[in-house]
Design a protein around this ligand. Structure first.
Ligand SMILES: Nc1ncnc2c1ncn2[C@@H]1O[C@H](COP(=O)(O)OP(=O)(O)OP(=O)(O)O)[C@@H](O)[C@H]1O
Ligand SMILES: [Mg+2]
Length: 331
């Protein structure tokens, strides 16, 4: 009997639809391995689990029990989970906490690494502790702290305001005028209980695929996001008319800058205890500074996503990588 892989997708976040697209790529790779039975389940925005066909048509409602079984019209044992979810409850570590509780193996980062990376404030505190350069920032626990945001604006003249626990650029505001700052802070607090305010930099946006394969950790050379508006907003990310383009290999980067970024990526992967795969995003400023922006613990796997392409460009087949991590972790 083939073992069962539960491919989970969807979730309660703004990247629900993107995760459904990513799941198709993962499903194809799992089917190409040929050794396993893939059961695809969508977590609805209502947190109800529903089976999905390979064309992403919704089927029956199912429930996961504490005996590692998926229960619907039949009861199926689950041997491993692939939480192909961007944002909650995947990148926030919640679903992994449940898998830990029931001793069910899964692919990707554990709950602690996930939550540390998802929270934009926590992750910057970690980067500072690890001496990984990142943009100067302040964080606010309430509007009572707003003076710190005002002072940061006075220092740099333009800032980014970000809700701490959000993805897809939701709750993220580009602020050029001080009188727009308080309004942005108030809006960001609607999304998260902490708000990050950071220096706005004039920079190229670079991404590195970081992953474990055959006993080593690899950090690829950076790819690039070319976003003409300099704000890779929700619309720029997902609108079919987006003007943003990507390159698997960022052109004309000094070798030392590339090597520095790769070593920061490996350091972050190791010390934040990331597992299997992550995409680590950087800014490379016009002055030649390097700043780690953020870590995505389950990067996009859509046809335009960079993660698998950068891995392939690094000489590693995504399929072989996936085959290895499943084989090593499945019950
Ligand atoms: N300090 C900054 N200076 C200049 N541009 C920034 C800065 N911070 C963010 N940006 C722009 O805003 C975009 C979104 O910010 P960020 O990547 O931090 O959050 P996010 O996209 O919501 O997170 P995720 O990528 O996990 O969905 C970046 O891709 C970049 O274009
Ligand atoms: Mg981002």
């Amino acid at each position: 009997m083939k073992k069962n892989i539960l491919l989970l997708c969807g979730g309660g976040g703004s990247e629900h639809e993107v995760s459904l697209v990513s799941s198709k790529y993962i499903e194809k790779n799992l089917n190409d391995i040929g050794l396993y039975n893939v059961i695809k389940v969508e977590i609805g925005k209502d947190n109800i689990f529903r089976k999905l066909s390979s064309d992403n048509v919704q089927g029956e409602v199912v429930e996961m029990n504490f005996k590692r079984q998926l229960v619907g019209s039949e009861t199926e044992d689950i041997h491993i989970v692939v939480p192909c979810i961007h944002g909650p409850p995947g990148e926030t570590g919640e679903i992994q906490t449940f898998f830990e509780l029931i001793d069910l193996p899964y692919i990707g980062c554990g709950p602690e690494a996930s939550i540390n990376c998802f929270n934009k404030v926590t992750s910057k505190l970690w980067f500072n502790a690890l001496e990984i350069p990142n943009t100067p920032f302040e964080f606010l626990a309430s509007m009572e702290d707003k003076k710190r945001a005002h002072d940061l604006f006075d220092r740099f003249g333009k800032v980014f305001v970000k809700a701490a626990s959000q993805g897809s650029s939701i709750g993220c505001y580009q602020i050029f005028k001080k009188d727009e700052l308080d309004d942005a802070l108030l809006k960001a607090f609607k999304y998260s209980s902490y708000v990050l305010v950071e220096k706005m930099v004039d920079a190229r946006e670079l991404e590195i695929s970081t992953y474990e394969f055959e006993g080593s950790i690899y950090a690829t050379i950076p790819g690039e996001i070319n976003c003409p508006s300099k704000f890779y907003s929700y619309e720029e990310k997902y609108d079919p008319n987006s003007k943003t383009s990507t390159e698997i290999v960022a052109p004309n980067l000094p070798k030392e800058a590339v090597e520095k970024m790769r070593s920061h990526a490996i350091k972050a992967f190791t010390h934040l205890k990331l597992r299997h795969l992550s995409r680590i995003d950087f800014f490379y400023t016009v002055e030649g500074e390097i700043f780690l922006n953020e870590i995505n613990t389950f990067p996009g796997m859509t046809p335009i996503s960079m993660f698998p392409k950068m891995m392939e460009n690094n000489g590693h087949s995504f399929n072989k990588f996936f085959k290895e991590i499943i084989a090593k972790n499945i019950l």
